[in-house]
Design a protein around this ligand. Structure first.
Ligand SMILES: Cc1cc2nc3c(=O)[nH]c(=O)nc-3n(C[C@H](O)[C@H](O)[C@H](O)COP(=O)(O)OP(=O)(O)OC[C@H]3O[C@@H](n4cnc5c(N)ncnc54)[C@H](O)[C@@H]3O)c2cc1C
Length: 380
């Protein structure tokens, strides 16, 4: 269990919320994890149950069915979901896709869509990456061409989280291809529209309980009113929301690292070699001490970053440093924790195997570590 003593952002209300989450996960998630990993997705029924339990989009104002809470509650959800070894699929809706609609969409879209996101009735994916453009988002080729009061969308996207389960896709498309970043828009595409199709559920190294897909747009017509905010301002909206996205990934990385450490401690205090516990080797204690020090610093930093974000002061550079440090540190800790397990750590029946394989992608998605360094470097 995560130790939350002395965490600076949390009150007894947060602890009660955390308790609810733990009970929910123990009853509804953990017993099903292996089956859902085989299927390659959590089922829609689980999304609805999470919605009914208040675990989707708690930041949404009450008028849209949310709890009107601040990001500290998202943080509690992230920590507990990840500590329970859930893939980063539900938190994507809460931390990343919902805010675009809340902060930039027109009132009709907000009224129609937001209550369904809290309830888990609709799942919104965000489709930026394409086969030819990931880090270099300005290089996307998907277009949305105006035809009266509709857009006609053509292009393809890949590696899209929740791509199989999603009923709506926030699609990043060029509305003015000659204008580069200034000609990019965010358009909500309902999955039932003609011309939209999905590829297969992609087979990944980790994060098996999350579905990831290619998506295809072939002359898909959507009303102009589905444009999120103003046409051609999509890039500005994306940049504005990146700090929360990268903070969210930092939180999951820290919680995963903590779980890896906890699993390692448990294992080495039971496993014997050369007539003593693995824990009793100095190398083991030094490795664990190094991990423990990094975890202590990580939690303190995370609390600082969360508080800063709640005050609206977390900059793009702050968030990039945070994602870089937490995801790289997570990888170091998860790998060391696997090493302390010996061969057992490489066996899928041990939790450390899942934690390790799920961790790897956090250094890649939401912007790679190299792109985080670029962002930080630019501001120096
Ligand atoms: C499991 C998973 C889920 C994902 N979910 C989503 C999603 O929901 N929505 C979505 O839109 N995308 C999603 N992605 C895509 C993800 O965001 C991209 O894979 C990521 O941004 C990297 O882009 P790329 O794969 O095109 O790599 P590339 O951009 O081709 O990078 C290849 C290598 O080049 C390096 N590189 C690139 N540019 C530079 C530079 N300027 N300086 C130095 N090095 C550089 C990169 O760091 C990397 O090491 C997901 C990916 C995965 C694996």
């Amino acid at each position: 269990m995560l130790d939350t003593k002395d965490r600076s952002n949390f009150t007894t209300d947060h602890e009660a919320f955390r308790d609810t989450i733990r009970r929910f996960l123990a009853a509804e998630f953990s017993p099903n994890l292996e089956e859902w990993e085989e299927v390659g997705a959590v089922p829609l029924a689980f999304w609805r149950k999470a919605g009914a339990a208040g675990l989707l989009c708690p930041m949404l104002p009450e008028q849209y069915g949310g709890l009107g809470l601040d990001f500290t509650y998202n943080a509690v959800i992230n920590e507990e979901f990840t500590y329970a070894m859930m893939s980063d699929c539900l938190t994507l809706q809460t931390d990343i896709t919902m805010p675009y609609i809340l902060n930039y969409a027109n009132d009709e879209l907000k009224d129609r869509v937001l209550p369904t996101l809290v309830a888990g009735e609709n799942i919104v994916a965000i489709a930026m990456t394409e086969p030819g453009a990931g880090s270099d988002l300005q290089g996307i080729k998907t277009t949305a061409v105006r035809d009266g009061d509709e857009y006609i969308i053509n292009g393809s996207k890949t590696y899209i989280t929740n791509g199989q389960n999603a009923s709506m896709i926030l699609t990043v498309a060029k509305t003015d291809p000659s204008a580069g970043a200034k000609g990019t828009s965010l358009i909500l595409v309902e999955a039932e529209r003609n011309g939209f199709s999905r590829g297969r559920n992609l087979e990944k190294v980790g994060q098996w309980s999350s579905d990831t897909s290619e998506l295809f747009f072939n002359d898909v017509r959507v009303p102009v009113a589905n444009c999120i905010g103003e046409e051609n301002r999509g890039f500005i909206y994306l940049v504005s929301e990146l700090a929360q996205e990268r903070l969210s990934i930092s939180i999951t990385a820290q919680a995963a690292a903590q779980r890896a450490y906890d699993e390692a401690i448990k294992f080495v205090k039971e496993r014997k070699a050369f007539g003593k516990l693995v824990f009793d080797f100095q190398n083991t204690r030094f490795t664990l001490a190094d991990m423990a020090a990094r975890l202590q610093i990580g939690w303190a930093h995370l609390d600082w970053a969360i508080a800063r974000h709640v005050r609206g002061e977390l900059t793009v550079e702050d968030a990039a440093k945070s994602k870089l440090w937490h995801t790289e540190t997570q990888w170091m800790i998860c790998d060391a924790a696997m090493q302390l397990h010996g061969g057992a750590g490489y066996m899928n029946e041990y939790p450390i195997a899942r934690i390790w394989r799920d961790a790897r992608v956090r250094r890649i998605y939401g912007g790679t570590s190299e792109i985080m360094k670029e962002l930080v470097g630019r501001g120096l």
